[in-house]
Design a protein around this ligand. Structure first.
Ligand code: ZN
Length: 647
């Protein structure tokens, strides 16, 4: 059977299964979905299940849209919506219309409760409701992205229709009898940074991640080397972003700068965090006088071309490729990529960065897939084991407790995404359990904005956190947290008042408010500095961790300031968002079904080699349950591997 998508078959099936009373007026592609325009949505909605059956029959995602002629006036529509929303939801609902798509955007606190009401609104008003969550904490980026999409709705629709045509184009070569799959490692091969993998078939070219190397200056070695294999950005059919860290997505706007106009697939949370982190990257570059490789315009273009996907939903992204995202447990929105190529021809799982253990913030990574032939796995901690979460939390709490009891203050420098939220939850929990006294926790830097984005996507969070947010309780708004805005209050926080905790960026003291607090707090021996993340060689954080006790700063006025480090310095391991060595090996033990090829990427050479040796020796003793003859491959940069061919 060929994988060719038969458009005539789709059309016939739709017309056969949809009752004529529904009044279908036209069918359109919208990116990976098929939009069915009808005059009378009642016949589809009230005969529950028909849309689902249809989607199953044609193996497509379907969206029901209404013919403009049947849409009621906006005034009537608002009135109707208000009359059906429950009173507690109604009181702060926001309603906006998208004339291009015929959608009414309804922003409410708990959209997950309103499924049945949404159907009613579509049937009665002819406007298709799009339920959007109003997060309990206001996020500027989230609001801007929503408003941006609304303002550019016409451009978006045109892009989605053209993309739909190209995804559903007639397959030229790639029948099962005539296909191949090849992967080329453009970055993150025996290194950490600039993740980028090119997947090619007879029909398509897909990029998995396109990151930069944040540790290096902005020279070509910080970039994935698309140029060296003679591929132009416009030759790419799709870009898939696993998560918002810059070493995975940092150069996607650069593709747009040089002519890429295709889709970027990511989860909604990744999309929001990606825009926030890219914006921050450009602001820092400007402040430090660097010439960034792209501008905010390119970031905006990227956003307009981004298609947000949920976990566990199969999506056509090319005539011969289906993409499914799975939870990766690394940061909010992080995804493991599953590619189904051809009709059962080949299957690739790419982990991106992943955590194979539960954290307070996220569930552990998914390990069960419909099919797996090749597994491409990160190996960051391939050589190291980390203490358990419980031990890490205990250690953190006891250092904080000791510091507070002697009247000192605690500085915890963190990354803004993930680690900060995790530490906030640990502290709030310890206060609730009376393991810590009621102490004020000051939050500064981008952390607040990132935390707000977390509250917009409770469905992506760990079960306890999700349930808390659904029930209207927000642990991130625990009474201990105080947000600091502007520079003025810093001296006051440090020099006066009660013992307290300060959580600030950046995590390695390379800049940001954490450094300013450090300068103020370091001389006092009662205070503590606690690192909760890896300190990269060369950073101030690493130097202090390694014992530096006198730090020289040059002020903006050229004045030299020498700071004595009398505060206590600690490093608590175990909060990493990556799987440690045991968790990586556990993942191979658990993954189902078992791959026949395993590629180890995203790790320093010693980490990858150590992991490879452990896999080989455990595997020889039958401890991982891998199939006999499973290949373990450590690709070098620019290596290409043909995974399957049938030519
Ligand atoms: Zn990452």
């Amino acid at each position: 059977m060929s994988f060719k998508i038969d458009l005539a078959y789709i059309r016939n099936t739709i017309f056969k299964m949809i009752p004529p009373e529904a009044g279908v007026t036209r069918l359109e592609f919208e990116g990976p979905e098929i939009a069915i325009y009808v005059r009378n949505p009642r016949f589809l909605i009230e005969q529950g299940g028909i849309v689902g059956q249809l989607a199953k029959a044609i193996k497509k995602r379907i969206v029901i849209r209404t013919d403009p002629s049947v849409r009621r006036s906006k005034e009537e529509t608002i009135e109707f919506i208000m009359s059906v929303l429950p009173p507690d939801v109604r009181k702060d609902a926001e309603i906006v219309f998208d004339d291009v798509l015929g959608e009414v955007v309804i922003k409410v606190k708990n959209p997950q409760r309103l499924g049945e009401i949404a159907k009613k609104i579509l049937v009665e008003t002819g406007w298709r409701p799009r339920l959007v969550r109003a997060p309990p904490m206001k996020s500027r980026i989230y609001e801007e992205i929503m408003a941006g999409y609304l303002a550019e709705s016409e451009y978006r629709l045109k892009f989605l229709r053209e993309l739909g045509e190209s995804i559903h184009r007639d397959v030229l070569l790639a029948k099962n009898s005539n296909n191949y799959v090849r992967v080329t490692f453009l970055g993150a091969a025996q290194e950490v940074g600039r993740s980028a993998i090119l997947v090619e078939t007879a029909e398509s070219r897909i990029l998995l991640d396109f990151g930069l190397n944040p540790g290096r200056a902005l020279n070509p070695n910080a970039f994935p080397r698309l140029d060296l294999i003679n591929i132009e950005p416009e030759d790419i059919d799709a870009v898939i972003v696993t998560h918002a860290h810059l070493d995975h997505c940092g150069l996607v706007p650069y593709l747009f700068k040089y002519g890429y106009r295709g889709p970027v697939y990511a989860t909604e949370a990744t999309r929001d965090l990606m825009v926030l982190l890219l914006k921050d990257f450009l602001e820092i570059a400007e402040r430090e006088g660097h010439d960034p490789p792209f501008t905010m315009k390119d970031v905006e273009k990227m956003l307009l071309h981004t298609i947000a996907l949920k976990y566990n939903v199969v999506t056509d992204i090319a005539p011969d490729i289906r993409l499914t995202f799975y939870n990766a447990g690394h940061i909010l929105g992080s995804a493991i990529v599953h590619l189904h190529i051809g009709n059962g021809f080949y299957n690739i799982v790419y982990t991106g960065d992943f955590k194979f253990a539960r954290t307070r913030l996220l569930e552990r990574a998914d390990y069960s897939f419909p099919r797996v032939d090749a597994l491409i796995m990160e190996s960051t901690y391939g050589a190291t084991t980390q203490p358990s979460r419980e031990e890490a939390e205990k250690q953190l709490i006891s250092i904080i407790k000791r510091t507070i009891e002697r009247g000192g203050k605690v500085l915890i420098p963190t990354l803004s995404v993930g680690r900060a939220q995790e530490i906030m939850l640990v502290i709030a929990n310890a206060i609730n359990n009376r393991e810590l006294p009621e102490v004020t926790v000051y939050i500064e830097g981008m952390i607040h904005e990132v935390t707000a984005i977390h509250t917009a996507y409770p469905e992506l969070l760990s079960k306890p956190l999700r349930q808390a947010l659904y029930s209207g309780e927000n642990p991130f708004e625990h009474k201990c947290f105080h947000r600091v805005e502007g520079k003025e209050p810093r001296t006051e926080i440090v020099e006066t008042g009660e013992p307290c905790i300060i959580i600030a960026t950046s995590g390695m003291l390379t800049g940001g408010p954490a450094v300013e607090y450090f300068k103020l707090m370091a001389p006092n021996p009662k205070n503590s500095l606690i690192f909760v993340s890896y300190q990269v060689e060369g950073t101030l954080g690493r130097k202090i961790k390694d014992g530096l006790r006198e730090v020289t700063f040059v002020g903006s006025n050229g004045k030299i300031q020498v700071i004595k480090v009398n505060m206590e310095v600690y490093s608590v391991e175990g909060f990493s968002g990556h799987s440690d060595k045991n968790q990586l090996l556990d993942y191979l033990r658990m993954i189902t079904p078992k791959p026949s090829k395993i590629f180890l990427v995203h790790g320093e050479p010693n980490a990858i080699n150590s992991l490879k040796n452990s896999i080989m020796s455990l595997s020889r003793r039958g401890k991982l349950g891998l199939r006999p003859g499973t290949e373990i491959i450590v690709p070098k940069i620019l290596d290409s591997h043909t995974l399957a061919f049938n030519l």
